[in-house]
Design a protein around this ligand. Structure first.
Ligand SMILES: Cc1ncc(COP(=O)(O)O)c(C=O)c1O
Length: 383
């Protein structure tokens, strides 16, 4: 008799395959049918730091000075000088009192939620917050009250119903690229004696004109930043008051029972922040590229959303059609994200195009030409 798990796995894989929702990995550097990827508009390395020689050298230097592995969890002996250096830097640029590091943004978010809340809590969150927040809240047993995406009135109605509470949002939304009205949410939270928690994964490091973070302790009570996007490396941090961090360090099971971020990686993230601070041309090049893409795409008649950030979605609607457009682009050497439900609501499947500071005007021009061909001039249709 087949093992019940084998049956379950086979059944689910078959269903996902049949509905066109089977997610599969592709080896980096190869597009559909092994077409080479010449132009990559799919990743979150917004400033192009992931392949920088300076950061490769920093990683080497960090490994030599502090070691490649942390060897233990932070509460045993895995918390060292490199971690402290990075935490102090993060506190200095955001104004928070204290900080703790994680190996990924997913673990930082989910740990934060399941350590702070329990089944007696009602937590207010934007309808589109990241899966890591939702998973952590589900694990915590808290009730989730969701307000309409970026809608201040809807958020206020929930805060009025549940004052003295917590409101959670992303700064820049990962699949839509639009920015939350942080100042308005912050004022609202103060009015209702509530904390504001912001997942700043896609904002941190990008909107950083003078070396300090765009979102700081002045506006938010707890801030999660990640190092795998604009910083081009890996890991994450929770920033908050000393009391909150002391509480999390003492109670967050994921932090207590897991090997700490490697010191080489902590030093690397520190070096990435320093590099961004001395390279104001990078965010400015990124902004020029965003403007160029938006200008060319609207001139070509392509429907854009209101996003002004590096994340530029083009909503196609249908899952299969979205995959077909992305595959046609891949055949021409352009890699873009193809995002389907359930990651985004049904009927809003999209191309997720991400710009970075290192794209050339020619590459952006060529991408828009291909998009116009596939979406406007000779639109692909579902068979
Ligand atoms: C909004 C948001 N938060 C958190 C994460 C998780 O961060 P990490 O990739 O470091 O796990 C992501 C990752 O894609 C994200 O988009």
């Amino acid at each position: 008799m087949a093992h019940p798990l084998t049956e379950k796995i086979t059944q689910q894989l078959t269903q996902q395959q049949a509905s066109g929702l089977l997610r599969q990995r592709k080896l980096l550097g190869s597009g559909t049918d092994n077409h080479p990827v010449n132009f990559d508009f799919s990743h979150n390395d917004y400033l192009g730091l992931a392949s920088s020689t300076e950061l490769a050298q920093a990683l080497y230097q960090g490994a030599l000075t502090y070691g490649v592995g942390s060897k233990a969890s932070p509460l045993v002996s895995g918390y060292g000088e490199a971690h402290q250096l990075l935490e102090q830097k993060l506190c200095a640029i955001t104004g928070h009192q204290a900080c703790m590091l994680f190996c990924s943004g997913f673990s930082a978010n989910s740990t934060l939620m399941k350590t702070l809340f329990d089944s007696t809590d009602v937590v207010i969150a934007d309808k589109l917050v990241h899966a890591s927040i939702i998973d952590g809240l589900v694990d915590s047993g808290a009730k989730l009250a969701r307000y309409l995406h970026n809608d201040i009135d809807s958020a206020e109605r929930l805060l009025a119903k549940h004052p003295n509470n917590v409101l959670i949002t992303e700064s820049v939304f990962s699949m839509d690229g639009d920015s939350a009205p942080i100042n308005a949410l912050s004022a609202l939270c103060q009015q209702y004696n509530s904390w504001l928690i912001v997942d700043d994964a896609h904002g941190f490091g990008v909107v950083d004109p003078h070396g300090s973070a765009a979102i700081t302790a002045k506006q938010v009570d707890i801030q999660v930043v990640t190092f795998g996007k604009a910083l081009g490396c890996q890991g994450a941090a929770i920033l908050a008051s000393q009391d909150v961090i002391d509480f999390l360090v003492a109670n967050a099971r994921h932090y207590i029972y897991s090997t700490a971020l490697s010191p080489a990686n902590a030093y690397l993230a520190y070096a990435a922040i320093e590099l961004i601070q001395k390279s104001p041309h990078l965010p400015s090049q990124l902004n020029d590229n965003i403007t160029l893409f938006r200008t060319l795409a609207s001139q070509a008649g392509i429907n854009l959303t209101a996003s002004q950030t590096a994340i530029q979605p083009i909503i196609i609607g249908d899952n299969a059609l979205t995959m077909m457009v992305a595959e046609s682009l891949a055949q021409k050497g352009f890699k873009v994200g193809a995002i389907r439900s359930p990651t985004v609501p049904v009927g809003s499947a999209r191309l997720r195009i991400t710009l970075n500071a290192k794209h050339t005007s020619l590459q952006i021009n060529q991408l828009v030409t291909q998009l116009a061909l596939l979406l406007i001039d000779q639109p692909i249709e579902n068979p």
